[in-house]
Design a protein. Structure first.
Length: 275
């Protein structure tokens, strides 16, 4: 009798334990799957929201370009040279950015800005078409990966990397000078202004001053603060590099050692034809 009770207890103690472990593993896997689905859905929603924000940004840029072309200036715009503002509005490229005929033909904000930068209409349309194709490819890839549950997998990373390899920046497409005009046509910052020069810094020793605009560092045109920071971190630390700056409408160069300049900088706007 005791042996049977002991055997029964041993058997009943072993099987439920095994079943409970297996059941716990299944429940854990199901929780992970549900969590993965929620995260994938959230990512898809955030991606869609980002697209909507980008479209809204393009719309606001169009309104801003139209206001400038009609003679109204935004009070917060910071120009490296205040004189060329009227000149920029009277150039054919700038007036083309807000041409009502373009709007009637359904030309997009990007295409208008490209045409204003000097790119012909057919090339602008081709750039827009190729960028849209890649954007759609990314949207469809994310949708498929979310539906089939392989968003966070090597397969998704590889296919996304292939899309990224096909992308070319607008700057690379049209070159620095046209890119400068493109940013101006959109009303985006296209200059980097020096807000403050730290005492005894390399910039102070070289003669850089608050209010200067950094136009080129070594052989790199500078359009944004992060580009200047990246440029200072390239090459060989300490090597002498030339920095092209604009001060009160005049361009000249100074020499600094490669590395941190010791300045506080900010994005600003300037006329492509005025420095």
């Amino acid at each position: 009798m005791e042996a049977r009770v002991g055997g029964s207890a041993s058997a009943s103690g072993q099987k439920p334990g095994t079943s409970e472990t297996a059941g716990g593993g299944d429940r854990h896997a199901m929780r992970l799957e549900r969590q993965l689905e929620r995260l994938a859905s959230k990512l898809a929603t955030e991606t869609d929201e980002r697209r909507r924000l980008e479209q809204r940004l393009e719309g606001l840029a169009t309104e801003l370009a139209a206001l400038r072309a009609s003679g109204y200036a935004t009070p917060h715009a910071v120009a490296s040279n205040p004189e060329p503002e009227a000149t920029a509005r009277t150039t054919p490229a700038a007036s083309g950015a807000a041409d009502p005929a373009d709007a009637r033909e359904g030309i997009t904000t990007m295409e208008r800005a490209l045409v204003a930068a000097g790119v012909d209409t057919a090339a602008a349309a081709d750039i827009k078409r190729r960028r849209d194709e890649l954007a759609l490819s990314e949207i469809y890839l994310r949708d498929l990966a979310t539906r089939e549950g392989w968003m966070d997998t090597p397969r998704f990373a590889e296919e996304m990397a292939e899309i990224e390899r096909q992308r070319t920046s607008i700057r690379d497409e049209i070159g620095d000078e046209a890119y400068d005009r493109y940013l101006a046509a959109l009303g985006h910052p296209n200059r980097v202004a020096v807000d403050e020069v730290l005492l005894e810094s390399p910039a102070a020793v070289a003669g850089l001053q608050a209010g200067d605009v950094v136009r080129r560092y070594a052989d790199v045109r500078i359009f944004a603060p992060n580009e200047l920071v990246t440029a200072t971190r390239g090459g060989v630390a300490g090597e002498t590099v030339r920095v092209e700056i604009v001060r009160q409408g005049r361009r000249f160069e100074i020499e600094v050692p490669r590395g941190p300049l010791g300045v506080r900088i900010a994005a600003s706007q300037g006329d492509p034809d005025g420095g």
